[in-house]
Design a binder for this molecule. Structure first.
Ligand code: ADP
Length: 160
């Protein structure tokens, strides 16, 4: 059976930290669906379409990575797509506490789905979408924080 993982997130924007997790996940899973969580109650800087375009660009030569979006519960989305794994990245103890509560709740909702965590490499531990957004908003150069294939200046953001 094909091992499919969903990598859910806001990806606002997608960073080298996210890219690293997906690339390493490809050594474990047959297919990874990077799925942007579309939360109508949460303001995003980049539109859903822009975020998906950026991620698609990063993995344009990797057929095992699919890009999508979803609303609602992550476990329901996984079930619909035959994914038995939720992939997440960890940087800090704070990430761990946050992720622990989500993963344990998901386990109650759907016991068949496993959450799998990859610890970020030290070089990516400080990379954080919120900080990257602030740099962009203030006109700084964020290129060191996003994958090489994303020319961040080509994408227009703004409070949505
Ligand atoms: P969310 O709003 O779901 O937390 P994010 O886009 O912030 O969405 O993060 C998606 C996932 O990627 C989370 O598991 C987060 O911990 C992980 N992540 C974010 N930045 C990094 C990084 N620099 N290195 C490794 N994992 C990361």
């Amino acid at each position: 059976m094909k091992k499919i993982a969903v990598f859910p997130g806001s990806f606002d924007p997608f960073t080298i930290g996210h890219e690293g997790i997906v690339k390493r996940g490809l050594n474990i899973f047959d297919e990874i669906i990077v799925s942007v969580g579309a939360n109508p109650l949460k303001q995003s800087y980049y539109s859903l379409e822009t975020r998906k375009l950026m991620i698609t660009k990063v993995f344009q030569d990797e057929p095992r990575v699919k890009v999508d979006h979803y609303e609602g519960l992550t476990v329901d989305y996984c079930r619909r797509h035959g994914a038995r794994y939720i992939l997440r990245g960890l940087r800090t103890a704070a990430d761990f506490e946050f992720e622990r509560a989500i993963a344990q709740s998901n386990k109650v909702l759907e016991s068949e789905i496993e959450s799998v965590f990859l610890l970020t490499i030290p070089e990516h531990a400080h990379v954080n979408s919120t900080i990257v957004r602030d740099i962009i908003r203030c006109g700084g150069d964020a290129s060191a924080f996003v994958p090489d294939s994303i020319n961040i200046k080509d994408y227009t953001g703004g409070e949505k």
